[in-house]
Ligand binder design. Structure first.
Ligand SMILES: [Fe+2]
Length: 401
C-alpha cells in the first residue's frame, strides 16, 4: 500500500504541490502506518554563526530569502539574535550570541559558522522519542510544549553526528510564524524589478561528514532510530582520485523528503577533502546543503551577479567525448551549462543538473549545492570525480598538500 503523505506547513505556504515536489526533490509515496518514526519533512536548518545580523542580511540580499520572524534582545530574548528566513519550503534559522560566553559562543569558537540543528517535522514527538530511546539514541531534550497565543508546539531533541542535533517538532497545533518567543518580521530588502521571486524552492538533502570508520555507524543509526532506508547511491573507491577519496552512503526517510548522504574520508595520497572538513570544523558536521531549484541556470546567473563564487568545472568536463555521450540530451545546450560550470549526471531514471558554491564562511567547511532534478533520484555520483578535482585545486591554493 502506498500513501500520499501530507504537505508540510512550509510547503503549503510556498504553494508547492505533491506533484511539484516529486519533480523538485524526488518525493515518493510510502506507507507511514508501519513507521516507528514517521517524519513529515524538514522543519528548519538552524545555523550558528559569528554575526547573525550580517548572515541573515546576506541570505536575503544575495540568496533572495525572505525574513519572516525574529527573536532577540528587543523581543525579550536576552542571549541571542535569531532570524527566521524562508525560500519556498526551505526554512533557515540564523543564530548568533549577543553576549560574551555561552553555548552559542562555544559552538562558534569550536566549529565556526555551521549547522547546529537539522530540525525535522514529525507527527508524534513522544512516539519518536520513545522509539529512539529504545534503540539507544541519545536524548538531548525530552518532549516538552512551548505555548503562546497562537497555540502549542511540541518538541524534543536527539543527538546526531558531532555536535549536530535533530530537534523533532510537531507544529500541527500551532498557527504562529515560527515558535513561541518569535515575532513576525518582514524583509526590508527590495530587489530590482524583474528579479526572480525566489532562487530555490526547497531543501533537497543535507550531507554529513563523519570521522574515518564512523560512516557505517551513522548509516546504522539512521536505519535503526529513524527507520531510514539506504538509497542506491553507495560510493566506494570508484570515485577516488589520485589525491583524495571518500566513502559515501545515502539514507532517506520513507517519503524521501529527507535525504542524508554520509561521507567518511578514505585514504589518498594527500589529505582527503573530508579530513580537511573534519580538521577545520573540529569534528563531524553538516558539509553541504543541497537547495532544489526549478531553474538552475537563472539561479546561478543571479547568484553570480550578486558575487557568489561557485567551484569551477574544467572545460574538459564538457568536451570529453565519453562524458558528453553519457550526458546525452538535456533541456539546454551543453554550452549553456559549460558557461556556468553546471554539472550533469544521468542514471536510469533521468538526469540532474548541479553546482557547488565555495565555502560560505571563513573556514573551508559548509557550502551550498544547487540541484535541478529531471527524474534522477541520485546525488551526482558521476560528478564526484570532477568535483573532487575542482576541490583539490582549491585545497592546493590553501597549501593543504
Ligand atoms: Fe549533494
Amino acid at each position: 500500500m502506498t500513501i500520499q503523505d501530507t504537505l508540510t506547513d512550509q510547503e503549503q505556504l510556498a504553494g508547492l504541490s505533491h506533484e511539484q515536489l516529486e519533480k523538485l526533490v524526488g518525493l515518493v509515496d510510502y506507507d507511514a502506518s508501519a513507521d516507528n518514526f514517521p517524519i513529515v519533512g524538514w522543519d528548519a536548518l538552524v545555523w550558528v554563526v559569528g554575526n547573525a545580523t550580517a548572515t541573515a542580511q546576506l541570505m536575503q540580499v544575495v540568496y533572495g530569502m525572505e525574513l519572516v520572524a525574529y527573536a532577540g534582545p528587543e523581543t525579550g530574548e536576552r542571549s541571542k539574535t535569531s532570524f527566521v528566513l524562508r525560500s519556498g519550503a526551505a526554512r533557515f534559522v540564523i543564530e548568533g550570541s549577543v553576549r560574551p560566553g555561552g553555548p552559542l559562543v562555544d559552538h562558534h569558537a569550536k566549529h565556526g559558522d555551521g549547522i547546529s540543528d537539522i530540525a525535522l517535522q514529525v507527527t508524534d514527538v513522544d512516539r519518536c522519542i520513545e522509539h529512539a530511546r529504545k534503540v539507544g539514541a541519545t536524548i538531548l531534550e525530552e518532549p516538552h510544549d512551548l505555548t503562546d497565543e497562537h497555540g502549542t508546539v511540541r518538541m524534543a531533541s536527539i543527538a546526531a553526528y558531532g555536535d549536530t542535533r535533530h530537534t523533532l517538532v510537531d507544529r500541527s497545533a500551532y498557527k504562529g510564524v515560527y515558535l513561541p518567543g518569535y515575532v513576525e518580521r518582514t524583509t526590508q530588502v527590495v530587489h530590482p524589478k524583474g528579479s526572480p521571486k525566489r532562487l530555490f524552492q526547497a531543501v533537497d538533502h543535507v550531507v554529513g561528514n563523519v570521522e574515518l570508520g564512523a560512516m557505517d555507524e551513522w548509516v546504522d543509526y539512521y536505519n535503526r532510530v529513524m527507520g531510514f532506508t539506504n538509497m542506491a547511491e553507495f560510493i566506494g573507491e570508484d570515485i577516488a582520485t589520485d589525491y583524495s577519496a571518500l566513502m559515501s552512503k545515502v539514507v532517506a526517510s520513507g517519503n524521501h523528503r529527507v535525504k542524508f548522504p554520509l561521507n567518511e574520508p578514505a585514504p589518498g595520497k594527500r589529505k582527503s577533502q573530508i579530513d580537511e572538513f573534519l580538521e577545520f570544523y573540529d569534528g563531524a558536521g553538516a558539509q553541504h546543503i543541497a537547495l532544489a531549484t526549478n531553474d538552475i541556470l537563472q539561479t546561478v546567473d543571479v547568484l553570480s551577479a550578486r558575487g557568489v563564487q561557485f567551484l569551477a568545472t574544467p572545460d574538459t568536463y564538457y568536451e570529453d567525448a565519453e562524458l558528453r555521450e553519457r550526458i546525452g540530451q538535456v533541456r539546454v545546450p551543453i554550452e549553456e551549462l559549460q558557461k556556468r560550470g553546471i554539472l550533469v549526471d544521468r542514471d536510469e531514471d533521468g538526469y540532474l543538473l548541479q553546482i557547488f558554491t565555495r565555502p560560505l564562511g571563513d573556514r573551508p567547511t559548509v557550502f551550498f549545492e544547487l540541484i535541478e532534478r529531471h527524474g534522477s533520484l541520485g546525488f551526482g555520483k558521476g560528478n564526484f570525480k570532477a568535483l573532487f578535482e575542482a576541490i583539490e585545486r582549491e585545497q592546493e591554493l590553501r597549501g593543504n598538500a
